[in-house]
Design a protein around this ligand. Structure first.
Ligand SMILES: [Zn+2]
Length: 439
């Protein structure tokens, strides 16, 4: 990259949690931020190209850190049960790239994919290849962190596939030694993280919410393998019993929560383990989309039943000072790319808009150990930046319409540009002109 570029913007949200800066400047050179702050404090280097955007707000690229880009999204499929049977892993892999791009073009510059399996086996290599093709510059897209399923037979994540489906026996493992082997295989294939589950999921009910998915020894083995290879392990936990097991194993992140106890909240705060609440797919909106796309009524009823527990737990976590970072668990619903809806749920449940923004920027980067490189607009960090219409620190909904995301920059390069006189997108077809795969 040639000389520096100075973006002079009407408002600057630097992602550090400080107040919104009026008349801000962000100087970018060689893909990194050289300086950022109020116009009065930032020296613009000689020869820098100056871009004036007085009507726009600059903020860090957002990070959505729990989603499943290979899953059958309502934007690309009509009926998710039909599509589970009709699609090959090869086509699914192409949808992975497309789904990642749909998130990217709406301001999500980093995604953590939380894994998937198909009837033919785990999708680890497929997801890793999508990540690498983006990193190599073959396709435009977000940074992808790949967390690979490392789970047992009949566990929650195994049951994402229909019970009757023929499974690849290598997709799951049982007992600590087999779990270690599966963990090693996933890491050998290039996974950045492992993903396992301590308790059941959507089938959980209020009367007996805890369904143990793994023994403590199995969870210990998975986390130990991740850490031995300097990687990380995320653990799906619905119940306090599961959270206790995950903490004991040394989980790097806890996913979902759903139920809580005061005692476990205290332990989670004490351990500093970040939690990803994934509330968007608990909302009425998600339930409505699911009812349209073929989810059976008993599952919809269960989704509705656990909704209040998730909301209560989120409020208790926020009050207790748990490190919360953003993820949606998309998934089948709602439309891939509308991840910013999750932040509105956080605000409805008591966060300030700025706190919600931090869950998708600074806190998100720190939760996945990328805080030195990403998450804020500060000197030295990678230049992942958005230019948006409006002020999301005042109204979090500003981040939802794609028309408001005026530019998406990753590593100092603009990939999506909707500003007047510019026209750049990462989607190769007109938005929503594609056919539904099972239409
Ligand atoms: Zn998930």
């Amino acid at each position: 990259m040639a000389a520096a570029t100075a973006y002079k913007v009407g408002k600057l949200i630097d992602g550090t949690g400080g107040p919104v800066i009026d008349n801000g400047v962000v100087v970018i050179e060689d893909g990194r931020i050289v300086s950022a702050g109020p116009e009065t404090d930032v020296a613009i280097p000689n020869g820098a190209e100056i871009v004036e955007e007085p009507a726009l707000t600059a903020m860090p690229g957002m990070m959505a850190l729990h989603l499943h880009i290979g899953q059958f999204n309502s934007l690309t499929f009509r009926n998710y049960r039909v599509s589970q049977w009709e699609i090959t892993p090869e086509l699914q892999q192409l949808y992975m790239l497309f789904h990642a791009q749909l998130c990217f073009e709406r301001g999500f510059t980093t995604l953590r994919d939380e894994g998937l399996m198909s009837t033919r086996g785990l999708m680890t290599e497929h997801t890793v290849a999508v990540r690498d093709s983006i990193d190599l510059g073959i396709f435009p897209g977000p940074r992808l962190i790949v967390a690979a399923f490392t789970v047992g037979t009949g566990s929650h994540l195994d049951l994402i596939m229909p019970r009757a489906a023929l499974r690849n026996p290598k997709a799951t493992a049982d007992g600590p030694d087999e779990m270690r082997k599966l963990a090693r295989e996933n890491l050998l294939k290039g996974a950045d993280w492992l993903k396992t589950c301590a308790s059941g999921g959507g089938g959980t009910d209020k009367e007996s919410p805890h369904v143990r998915n793994h023994t403590q020894e199995e969870l210990d083995a998975v986390c130990d393998e991740a850490h031995a290879q300097h990687t990380y392990c995320s653990i799906h936990c619905f119940t306090p019993q599961a959270q206790e097991m995950a903490l004991k194993a040394g989980a790097d992140t806890i996913e979902h929560m759903v139920f809580h106890s005061e005692e476990m909240l205290e332990k989670i705060v004490g351990s500093g383990t970040p939690v990803c609440p994934t509330l968007l797919h608990r909302t009425d909106h998600a339930i409505e989309v699911r009812s349209r796309t073929g989810t059976p009524q008993f599952t919809l009823d269960k989704m509705k039943r656990i909704q209040p527990f998730c909301y209560e737990t989120f409020q208790a976590m926020h009050k207790a000072g748990v490190k919360i970072f953003m993820g949606t668990d998309m998934g089948p619903e709602p439309d891939m790319g509308t991840n910013a809806l999750e932040l509105e749920v956080y605000v409805q449940l008591g966060m300030t808009p700025m706190e919600a923004i931090l869950t998708a920027t600074k806190n998100a980067a720190e939760a996945v150990h990328l805080g030195d490189e990403l998450g804020t607009l500060e000197a030295g960090k990678k230049a992942d930046m958005l230019l948006v219409n409006g002020n999301p620190a005042e109204d979090i909904k500003v981040l939802q319409p794609r028309e408001n995301i005026m530019a998406v920059m990753k590593d100092g390069k603009i990939f999506v540009d909707r500003r007047k006189g510019h026209e750049k997108d990462v989607i190769n077809v007109e938005y929503k002109s594609w056919a539904l795969a099972d239409g």
